[in-house]
Design a protein around this ligand. Sequence first.
Ligand SMILES: [Ca+2]
Length: 306
Amino acid sequence: MATKLAFRGTNRRTDDAGVTRYEVFRDGVLLRKTPVNYLIDTQLSPNTRYSYLIKAYDGSDNASAGAEVTAATLGSDPSDAILNGSFEFSPQISGWTTDAFSVSAAEFTWEPLGSGRDGSRCVSIEASSLNDAAWMQTVNGLHPGETYWLTGWIRGQDVVREPGRNTGANICLEGTWSHAPDYLDGTFDWRQASFSFVAPPSGTVTIGCRLGYWSNTTRGKVWFDDLAILQPSELRFDRARMAGNTWLRLVLFTPPGHRYRIEKSADLVAWTEVQTLNPVHPISEIQDATIPASRCFYRAVQIDGL
Ligand SMILES: [Ca+2]
């Protein structure tokens, strides 16, 4: 549900020097006056094109000519429900907030390039003593009663759970006991965590990237990346890209609970198996060695009961 838009306004003429406020118009109507050079517009409909005009004012009330931005929202694909789930731009301007049971013992960081998955950015929580701390985002527009999956990636360093307690590093729905089933502690590289949930009557949930839980306090450092809410009702390839010169990485959306055989072909006639999958997550990443400058087709075949 792409109902949020974030952008930065800059005044090319003065390079923002002396700008004291911006006025943002949507389709000719004043939307907001703001002193900051970004805006998140949450009142958008899917599959709609919007035109924004941004004017910058200095302290003497002189207006710039205005910069125009046109943006189109996407359909109601729930994978867009989380804004900036990969943390490539500032979490603070994209609806992410932080909270902790012991605020003084939690450090929240938007980590630099190279710290996230595949050299990207991510966020982290470092708790110096047993704590329950989270990065959170409220997500609207889910269809009440329908089943969704929350998925994300977690890395940990020296994560220690309260003795006899469970959750450790996790992703969750804040205010509920819905969380990824893995009890992650110790030191571990990026690993995927997922769980399914039913959207409440409000269609609104608050997702959490969390270290600890109520009565399950935890300390250590955790990193989070690539959060997504999905409804994997059908099998589909989402992205393909090269990792280095020879490795192709494919991203597959799959309803968990089925077996799939990934196959490849050079001519769409003869198919060979790449691997068989029994995914527990709604997103699966498949790597395959390729020959540079060659063409190759991939397909996924559901093989339940074969
Ligand atoms: Ca990232």
